[in-house]
Design a protein around this ligand. Structure first.
Ligand code: TYM
Length: 331
């Protein structure tokens, strides 16, 4: 029996956070044996904000190195750069014509991002989920492993696919979101009611994957908690401590109950240090491997060239089917 297909991606907007790692990459690495995996670097999606071109190019290659450093094995999974497979932009245009303004304007990420970038509410920001739908549907993905914040984009992807299939007959597989693990939503350390994000403007709010150990320790030590001084999971009343429990649990594999027991009678200081140390240990080998890979640009180029070829073969087949069905003149 053939393996189920997975596709997922991360925007190459610079430093990744612990949220991206625990909510996405860390789950991907565990799925490589059992699924046929495609992991994409979503560099076209980053154009919705203004980037310095050279920085964007570097960020894209850095993300490729980080995927591999985190344990994505390019011999098992297909890793590719979105802009190198033209079918993504082509299908996105087609799907734009099958997506309604009303449904796009309900996307919470669009509302959040347009509030954040009020001076640059471009139409790419609005149609962003359509490009994401194209990414997924081109590969006939069964499952899309993402953090909770992307679930709404998966719902619209399913709606677009169903709408298209209804008109033209079976064309796209209907993908399922795969929101998995305890850390599907890692919160900020300074504002534990908002998700940890690369674009947070609060100092010490996000752990970045390339943070030095001292910086990680400092950020956890400064994290916002409450005055109870009891390590207990209660998301409503103790969002800061609950978030730290989530992080500790995701990395150590311990249950919330066991963590509460482990820190019974101990204060927040001890707990924060323990969380920081487990994050430091988790990231250490990744940071080392990342540095090694960065010194080998030829190897990275080999991976992205091969990835783009493999991806194109699959994506183009779906696009051909779509073009024929909607009435584009074919060769
Ligand atoms: P992006 O780049 O914002 O985030 C990448 C992945 O990280 C997850 N994530 C989190 N998980 C837990 N806690 C957090 N604080 C946290 N922050 C981010 C996200 O849920 C996501 O899984 N549009 C997508 C990229 C994309 C994509 C795709 C994903 C483009 N095409 C096709 C899947 C399939 C995005 O901006 O993710």
């Amino acid at each position: 029996m053939s393996k189920k297909i997975i596709l997922s991606g991360i925007q190459s907007t610079g430093n990744l956070t612990l949220g991206n790692y625990l909510g996405a990459i860390n789950n991907w690495t565990k799925m490589q044996e059992d699924y046929d995996c495609h992991f994409m670097i979503a560099n076209l999606h980053t154009l919705t904000i203004r980037n310095d071109p050279e920085t964007l190019r570097q960020n894209t290659l850095n993300l490729l190195a980080l995927y591999i450093a985190s344990g994505i094995n390019p011999e098992k999974s297909n890793i590719f750069i979105q802009s190198q497979v033209a079918s993504h932009a082509e299908l996105a245009w087609v799907l734009n014509c099958y997506t309604y303004m009303g449904e796009l304007s309900r996307m919470t990420q669009f509302k959040d991002k347009s509030a954040k970038h009020a001076d640059n509410i471009n139409s790419g920001l609005f149609t962003y989920p359509v490009l994401m739908a194209a990414d997924i549907l081109l590969y006939q993905a069964d499952l899309v492993p993402v953090g909770e914040d992307q679930k709404q984009h998966l719902e619209i992807t399913r709606d677009i696919a169903e709408r298209f299939n209804k008109i033209y007959g079976q064309t796209f597989k209907i993908p399922e979101p795969y929101v998995q693990g305890v850390a599907a939503r890692v919160m900020g350390l300074q504002d534990p009611t908002s998700k940890m994000s690369k674009s947070s403007t609060l100092e010490n709010d996000s752990i970045l994957l390339n943070d030095e150990p001292e910086v990680i320790l400092k950020k956890f030590k400064k994290s916002v908690t409450d005055s109870e001084n009891i390590v207990r999971y209660d998301k409503e009343n103790k969002p800061g401590i609950s978030n730290l429990i989530t992080i500790y649990s995701a990395i150590t594999g311990k249950t919330k109950e066991n963590i509460e027991k482990e820190f019974e009678g101990k204060g927040y200081g001890d707990f924060k240090t323990a969380v920081a140390n487990c994050v430091i240990e988790e990231l250490k080998p990744i940071q080392e491997k990342y540095k090694e890979l960065k010194e080998n640009p030829d190897y990275l180029e080999k991976i992205f060239r091969r990835g783009a070829e493999r991806a194109y073969t699959i994506a183009h087949k779906t696009l051909e089917d779509v073009y024929k069905k909607i009435g584009m003149v074919w060769f």
